[in-house]
Every structure is written in structure tokens, then in C-alpha cells.
Design a protein around this ligand. Sequence first.
Ligand SMILES: NC(=O)c1ccc[n+]([C@@H]2O[C@H](COP(=O)([O-])OP(=O)(O)OC[C@H]3O[C@@H](n4cnc5c(N)ncnc54)[C@H](O)[C@@H]3O)[C@@H](O)[C@H]2O)c1
Length: 258
Amino acid sequence: MSARKLEGKVAIVTGAARGIGGATAVELAANGAAVVMADLKPPSEACAVTRKIEEGGGRYLYIQGDVANRERDAALVEQAVSHFGRLDILVNNAALSIRNPFLKYDLEDARRTFEVIFWAGFTLSQLAARQMVSQGGGGAIVFISSVHAVRGYANAVAYNAAKAAVNHLARTIALELAPHRIRVNWIEPGWIDTPGEHIAFGDEYIEREGRKLLWGRLGTPEEMARGVVFLASDDSSYMTGACLRMDGGYVLGSPDIV
Ligand SMILES: NC(=O)c1ccc[n+]([C@@H]2O[C@H](COP(=O)([O-])OP(=O)(O)OC[C@H]3O[C@@H](n4cnc5c(N)ncnc54)[C@H](O)[C@@H]3O)[C@@H](O)[C@H]2O)c1
């Protein structure tokens, strides 16, 4: 397999301004894909990512906007195709996590969580898959899910449920899109060292709690990005409807509890 395993491919990555989405945009571009980066944030807040892509000689198009909006999603797919000529890869990465106890959980917060995590993934996957089918088939859809999809962490009811829904969405559309040779898989990251986590929990908490993890540290966005490239490329050509859990053993439990 060549070092640039995505040469000639075109990818959309949502939530690409930073964190896992940002690292994914860089890694896809480094492997030869032209990358359409979609994010709520203005391009000025994605400079660290776009600079890396430029330094590597990669191609990208940055589109600011909310992916939880069907018209915008349609425009996003159209812009990808009009700019780069086709669409081969979709990475559904954008998410938000609003933490609150279930007894106090605000319904609007729950709705917004589902809009961004589940409905944006549903809509963009449908639009992207239609484009892939119109090109003659072939393609890869990758969801960034979470270990929260399979374990019930407290105070994150909407996020956990939306991620679980994403997993089953991915399984189901993998089944339906197989005749078109479009592969659909998802990654379940454990705890990953991203700007979003630092804003939510603070540096000190992350450093202290990170040392307690089975692997002794958080995962990196770059480690997740390598998983995305694997799922987006022919390296995973016989893989669909499957989970790539990249969590440093997080869901295994604690070796101290017997
Ligand atoms: N960091 C972790 O520990 C962890 C663990 C498991 C799963 N994940 C998943 O990985 C993905 C990325 O997480 P991260 O930690 O890199 O997040 P992050 O908060 O660092 O970055 C998320 C990016 O998504 C963008 N975004 C949010 N809502 C959007 C919307 N509606 N439209 C467009 N862009 C939007 C944000 O502006 C931001 O740039 C998410 O799906 C998250 O659920 C993260």
C-alpha cells in the first residue's frame, strides 16, 4: 500500500477546526485526499489545522456553518463536488456534550445534542451516499462515536443516547449501502486529549485523572485520525458495519477491581 493511500479521493470532515476532526483533516490530506472542512467556527480558529495541511502540500476547502441543518448539509455536499469534482469519504465528527443530571436535564439541550450528533450524521450520510451512488458507487462513511455509546456514564444522558443511536444508524446503513460498495464504520474513542475536553474539565483535572487510566494517559487526536484513515482507505476494504474501538482499554474496567 502506498504512503498516500487516499490519492484522488475527496473527503468531508465535520467539526474539523480542532481536536479529532482537525487531526483527521490533516491526516486525510497527508494521505492525498482533498478535504472539505466543515465547522461552526470561523476559519481563523482553524489556522493551526489549515497551516499543517498547507505545509504538507494538501488541498482543503473550509466551510463555516452548523451541520445540524439540512439545507446547509446539502450545500456542503454540493460545494465539495463543485470544488473537487466528487465525494468519496464522509467523516461525521462534529458533536456537543451538555452535562447535567438526568433529573434536571433540559429537553432543549437533549434535542440540540441529537440534532448535532444524530440528525446531522443521518442527513449528511444520506446526502453523501446519494452522491457516491450517482458516481457509480464506492466510498466510505466514518462516524466518530464514543465509548459512551456502550456504557452509561452519568450526567451525559443525551450524548450517550445519541452516540448509541449513531452506532445503530451506522450498522443499518452499512447493510443498505453494501450493494453500492459504500462502507460504513465507526470509531469509539475513549478519553482523548482535545481542546473540547480541556475547556470542559480543565488542564489540572485532565492531567490527574488521565494518569489513572489503564494506559496511563489520554489518547491523542492523531491516534484517532490514523484510525479514520484506516477506515476510509482500502486498508479496511473488507470491513463494514463495524466498530474500531480506540480507547487504550478504557472499557475493560479497572485491573484493581477483582
Ligand atoms: N475528546 C474525547 O474524549 C472524545 C471521546 C469520545 C468521543 N469523542 C468524539 O469525538 C468527536 C470530536 O471530539 P473532540 O473532543 O475533538 O471535540 P472538540 O470540542 O475539541 O471539537 C469539536 C469541533 O466540532 C465543532 N462543532 C460542534 N458542533 C458543531 C456543529 N453543529 N456544526 C459544525 N461544527 C460543530 C466545534 O466547533 C469544534 O471545532 C466528537 O464526536 C466527540 O463526541 C471525543
